[in-house]
Write a protein that binds this ligand. Structure first.
Ligand code: PA5
Length: 449
């Protein structure tokens, strides 16, 4: 019997889609589930994430918690270097479960290597100068440019600060178990390493050491997170849309897409869920955007964005459906004070918590957007705990995999990401890319660039 900490409510969509149309997806769901279980579908070599909540060896979990304890004892700041799937999951988890301001966190986990910017790195080095530092460099391939060049700079900093052997004790590499430049470098330098299972791709790797080590350093109880995710594995494998909420969400996405609603807006009412939405954007966009198809995933932060994008949501192009992402219970419950003189005319709200006010903002938005022709559904997370988040991660991974199969794409590859990389390597003069360099330069010349 699973303990559900998330609830996917599709009632608000029923005005747009009769329930029987959702149920009509049961055979497609059953087929997707079969392909996942039998490893008979596209991308079958990358299905290791399916069993991760229950298959992670106790030895690995103990090693992760031991390493996290050591890091916590050694440093004020852990710098996590990575991009895409090697960054967003841990960032989402720390923001979702943690205190709001970075100064309130010990150690601080700072993320780097997810862009190319001198000013960011210079400011980071200046901040680290008088702090105790550890570094976790994370790359499945071990060859990604952004984390690679960032690690070079941080490695030089660490070796200057602690000496080569001292730095080696404070650098942990999370990478492919057998191959890649980072694996070889870690072996040569004697860094502690954690392996990303070969059959788990970047955006499905949040419940591997990629996400778990930074989370454990931040104080998240990773065993509880995995345990809770394991609780919903069975429910998320059922073959009826009525029982399998991941399947129901996937079916609704597919129906919406086929009716011309090509953009899904994930709308959260909690600032702490911002990066969960960023993680979901990568999961969805990189899994489905191929073969000239795929829902475009966008995200907004309400109520902030109701004062900007809210206008577009209410009256813009009707190519959009909206998924509200709510958190039922905040960690605190602040009530609005009453003033004897009601100068700001807000006494009518006195005694209410911010969450009570926020709930009416959600309900008002749902009604307004529905009236404005936007189909909506609501995903409610029980609270900001690691258990709830573990289930949310698994729910989304499962739903997007099913949704990808319903679109007949391979949800586990990302051939499109290579196009920019190849061009960049050729333009930067990486060896092996000489042939493309001349062609690209002449194309750029034609464009006046
Ligand atoms: O989902 C993916 O595979 C990608 O987004 C990767 O996570 C991203 O490109 C980083 O790759 P790597 O971990 O190999 O550095």
């Amino acid at each position: 019997m699973s303990i559900l900490k998330i609830d996917y409510d599709s009632r608000a969509v029923s005005g747009f889609l009769p329930a029987d149309q959702i149920a009509a997806y049961d055979p497609a769901l059953e087929q997707a589930e079969k392909m996942l279980a039998s490893k008979g579908g596209l991308g079958a070599d990358f299905l290791g994430w399916l069993a991760l909540p229950s298959s992670m060896p106790a030895k690995t979990l103990d090693a992760l918690t031991d390493c996290a304890d050591q890091i916590r004892g050694l440093c004020d700041v852990l710098v996590c270097i990575g991009i895409g799937g090697s960054y967003l999951g841990a960032k989402a988890a720390i923001e979702f479960t943690g205190t709001t301001f970075e100064d309130q966190r010990k150690p601080r986990v700072i993320f780097a290597g997810h862009h190319l910017n001198s000013d960011f790195l210079s400011d980071l080095i200046a901040l680290l100068e008088n702090k105790e530092v550890c570094v976790n460099v994370i790359s499945k391939s071990g060859t990604t440019t952004e984390p690679g060049v960032t690690f070079r700079v941080l490695r030089e900093f660490m070796e200057r600060k602690y000496g080569k052997p001292g730095a080696a004790k404070r650098i942990i590499a999370t990478t492919d178990p057998n191959k890649g430049a980072l694996r070889s470098l870690a072996a040569a330098e004697g860094y502690q390493t954690f392996a990303i299972p070969s059959d788990v791709g970047g955006r499905y790797s949040v419940l591997t050491p990629v996400g778990l080590l930074p989370m454990a350093v931040a104080g998240i109880k990773i065993k509880n997170m995995l345990g809770a995710a394991a609780e919903i594995m069975q429910t998320c494998s059922l073959s009826s849309t009525a029982d399998n909420m991941a399947g129901r969400y996937a079916a609704i996405r597919n129906l919406m897409f086929r009716r011309g609603k090509t953009i899904e807006v994930m709308a959260t009412f909690q600032p702490q869920a911002h990066f969960l939405c960023e993680w979901w954007k990568q999961l969805s966009g990189e899994s489905e955007g191929k073969n000239n198809t795929g829902i475009f995933p966008a995200a907004v932060d309400y109520t902030t964005d109701l004062h900007s994008l809210g206008q577009w949501m209410q009256e813009g192009l009707r190519s959009v459906f909206e998924t509200f992402l709510l958190v039922k219970k905040t960690k605190t419950a602040l009530t609005l004070p009453r003033f004897t003189e009601d100068g700001d005319e807000l006494n009518y709200l006195a005694g209410k918590t911010f969450e009570e006010i926020n709930r009416e903002a959600y309900r008002g938005t749902l009604l307004a957007h529905t009236d404005g022709g936007v189909p909506t559904t609501t995903l409610t997370l029980t609270d900001r705990s690691e258990e709830t988040l573990g289930q949310a991660f698994y729910f989304f991974e499962k739903a997007i995999a099913i949704s990808g199969y319903m679109l007949r794409v391979n949800p586990f590859d990302q051939p499109g990401v290579e196009a920019y990389k190849t061009n960049m390597f050729a333009l930067l003069g990486k060896s092996g890319f000489e042939k493309q360099t001349g062609q690209l330069k002449s194309k750029l010349k034609d464009l006046g660039l």
